[in-house]
Design a protein around this ligand. Structure first.
Ligand SMILES: Cc1cc2nc3c(=O)[nH]c(=O)nc-3n(C[C@H](O)[C@H](O)[C@H](O)COP(=O)(O)O)c2cc1C
Length: 358
């Protein structure tokens, strides 16, 4: 195994090895990121879907609340556009939903979410940690961010992606298992893969000497302990933070998270594989939804907005990780401290079970 060198001063300095996952599309807020960083974990802002001015305002808001480090996450460019004919067929399949909601479907647009402008902004703002999902920045882009004082973390879902990110010069890897809520971070959504977190952590650790941040389906201190023991430097949790008061999770989504509803992977809402609670829209449209991100995201946006405004949880994307039902309604700082304390207790219990080691 390669040496477990730490290239991340940020991870080394954390009081608690808890990273709050970036959560674009609503739940992630500056207040949440600031609360987590302020408590000694690492908070993350989600720059995905946001205009650069809004990202700048969020960074300012975190800095106004805490002097501790935080991260900002960006979406890497999505690659080739989806097949227009397949997207048009999907639009026809959604016609009934649109009529029932009395809305027009959105215009399917292909774009890169302002990737270059966002990287330039994060360099200008000298953000402490920049993480990416959906792909890996070029070695030149990594070097540029590092030159501006940032650590670059790349989210990976396979050993091959981990090797690419290491070769590009990443400082740390966020290892995302298939249990994770929200979009899969896969570099190519045509082949999103299905590694569970523990298998993936072991495989990546055997191949890459970078510090690893484990993500996907972690909801308790015991699970945090499990990934630390498996070699992760920290645990990244998304769904667990969605129920904190600092998150901007909708009331409908909060209520849905606490029920024992199963989750499934789907492209139905955005054209990119993501995990959400099974509801009517997901069940009816997953089989026919084509790849095509962000075109399908834009196509379904008016449907989701209409469903949100009438409080219809059956037609919105309820992103959730597999362990969502174990969450608790706690302030973010308390959650960070509770997870850390429970992880320490779980490790002590496990050490006891191992006996003297002879
Ligand atoms: C509502 C929601 C939004 C998300 N948005 C992002 C995002 O903008 N960028 C990103 O890298 N990951 C995003 N993720 C994935 C998380 O980074 C993380 O991998 C996932 O939450 C971990 O699984 P868990 O939810 O079971 O803790 C999102 C997850 C959720 C639940």
């Amino acid at each position: 195994m390669p040496g477990a060198a730490s290239a991340s001063a940020t991870l080394e300095a954390l009081e608690h090895p808890i990273v709050q996952a970036p959560m674009g599309g609503g739940p992630g807020t500056a207040a949440l990121a600031a609360a987590v960083s302020g408590a000694g974990g690492l908070g993350f802002l989600a720059a995905g879907y946001q205009a650069t001015d809004a990202v700048r305002a969020d960074v300012d808001a975190v800095r106004a609340t805490t002097e501790r480090p935080f991260g900002v996450n960006v979406f890497a460019p999505p690659g080739a556009a989806g097949d227009p004919a397949a997207i048009a067929r999907y639009a026809e399949a959604l016609a009934g939903d649109a009529a029932r909601s009395d809305v027009e479907l959105g215009e399917p647009r292909h774009h890169d979410d302002g990737w270059a402008a966002k990287l330039a902004l994060l360099a200008e703002l000298r953000v402490p940690v920049v993480s990416t999902t959906f792909g890996c920045p070029s070695p030149a882009a990594v070097a540029e961010l590092q030159g501006a004082g940032a650590e670059v973390w790349v989210t990976v879902t396979s050993p091959e992606e981990a090797a690419t990110a290491a070769a590009a010069g990443a400082d740390a890897l966020v290892v995302q298992g298939v249990e994770a809520g929200g979009h899969r971070a896969s570099f190519d959504d045509a082949t999103p893969g299905d590694y569970g977190l523990l298998a993936l952590l072991q495989l990546v650790r055997a191949q890459v000497g970078l510090p690893l941040v484990a993500s996907g389906g972690l909801a308790t201190g015991r699970a945090v302990a499990a990934v630390l023991v498996a070699g992760a430097r920290a645990a990244q949790l998304g769904t667990a933070f969605m129920r904190t008061p600092e998150a901007a999770t909708s009331g409908m989504h909060r209520a849905a998270l606490s029920a024992a509803t199963p989750t499934a992977l789907t492209r139905a809402f955005t054209g990119r594989t993501a995990r959400g609670l099974v509801n009517r829209f997901l069940a009816e449209h997953s089989d026919e939804a084509p790849p095509g991100y962000p075109e399908v995201h834009h196509l379904t946006a008016p449907l989701r907005a209409a469903a949100r405004s009438r409080g219809d949880a059956d037609a919105v994307n309820l992103w959730a990780g597999q362990a969502h039902a174990l969450g608790a309604d706690l302030p973010a700082a308390e959650l960070v401290r509770d997870l850390s304390r429970a992880a320490r207790a779980a490790v002590a219990e496990a050490v006891d079970r191992l006996g003297s080691g002879r």
